[in-house]
Write a protein that binds this ligand. Structure first.
Ligand SMILES: O=C(O)[C@H]1NCC[C@@H]1O
Length: 336
């Protein structure tokens, strides 16, 4: 790896960064998106580290490669990456990419009041609608892949905290979901460090014992993270705060698009929300996504819902990242 040069457009959604690679990625081998994702992991992981780790990134950085799709209805494909590897779905990225795709002409023609953008994500096709007033793009709503409550009331023996019950939900990625007070913590009062250590411990403890399966592809069947909630799971309180801790204890600054998708599926299957009932989810920066179940479907043997999530991304800059041949530290490192 020497003399790399990679160009990016920088965006964020509710404070959660998105580093969009616009030039410099080598040719990816693989017919399908999931094969390309595997190729990146096995052959080009140094580029992920170059972009996510210090000195160009930081522990909680997030990025996306835009690639050729293999599903004919898709405008383009997305491969998301973070501090540990490559995720299967990313709602905050879809929200930012919707604007980017319209602004950069990745879709044929911007139309008011909304432009349709179809992205192939590793979990499947995601259909986004980008607000466009004839001059400027704005908020984005997207319909994700079928979401479902995989298992409810799973007992986790968490070191130092005893047996804790969690639900496991799928919203393009699998998450453990639980009210934070089960851990004796509070989203408002506990420190981010305390919350992320506790959530990370749940993910680590659960991973070896949880037999996850996804009807579409074995590559989708892994526990991506844990979402701590304020426990406001029912419609009598229209707004709920949560914090998503994913990958290697990375903290989502946004409410987490795939996470709120999983939460709506959980709420729907527990009878806590109805179809088309909008709930508002608040992330750690105070940023908000709206979400609702819009359709009942099935996914293999699971009763599932299509969830619509909406929010807005913003541009924060452009970068041209380089590496000199004699700079070994510059290949990427993390101080944890
Ligand atoms: O919004 C989301 O779905 C993503 N944000 C970071 C973690 C998830 O991939």
């Amino acid at each position: 790896m020497d003399d790399i040069k990679i160009d990016t457009v920088e965006m964020h959604t509710g404070g959660e960064p998105l580093r969009i690679v616009t030039a410099g990625l080598p040719v990816l081998h693989g017919e399908t998106l999931l094969e390309k994702r595997r190729y990146l992991r096995d052959n080009l992981d140094h580029i992920r580290k170059f972009l996510i780790f210090e000195p160009r990134g930081h522990y909680d950085m997030y990025g996306v490669y835009i690639v050729e799709p293999d599903m004919k209805d898709a405008d383009f494909g997305c491969i998301f990456f973070h501090n540990e590897g490559y995720s299967t779905m990313c709602g905050h990225a879809v929200i930012a990419l919707g604007r980017y795709a319209v602004d950069r002409g990745l879709v044929q023609k911007a139309t008011a009041p909304e432009t349709r953008v179809v992205m192939q994500c590793p979990c499947g096709l995601v259909e986004a609608f980008v607000e466009y007033d004839g001059e400027k793009t704005g908020s984005v709503r997207f319909n994700s892949v079928p979401a479902f409550l995989f298992q409810k009331d799973v007992e986790v023996d968490v070191a130092g905290r005893g047996n804790i019950l969690v639900d496991v939900g799928y919203g393009g990625a699998f998450y453990a979901l639980l009210p934070v007070d089960r851990l004796g913590l509070s989203l408002a009062k506990s420190s981010v460090q305390e919350l992320k250590q506790a959530a990370g411990l749940i993910t680590e403890t659960l991973k070896p014992s949880l037999q996850l399966r996804h009807p579409d592809n074995a590559d989708l069947a892994f526990l991506y993270g844990t979402i701590l909630t304020d426990g406001n799971d029912a419609g009598n309180s229209p707004e709920s705060a949560n914090m998503c801790v994913f990958a290697d204890k990375e903290v989502d600054r946004s409410p987490c698009g795939s996470g709120v998708t999983a939460r709506i599926a959980q709420h729907f299957q527990r009878g806590l929300v109805q179809l088309n009932e909008t709930r508002v989810f608040r992330g750690p920066t105070g940023s908000k996504f709206k979400a609702k179940a819009v359709k009942q479907v099935t996914c293999g043997s699971h009763d599932a819902v299509i969830v619509e999530v909406s929010g807005q991304g913003h541009y924060s800059g452009t970068c041209s990242f380089t590496l000199e041949a004699d700079d070994s530290i510059g290949k990427g490192f993390l101080l944890k």
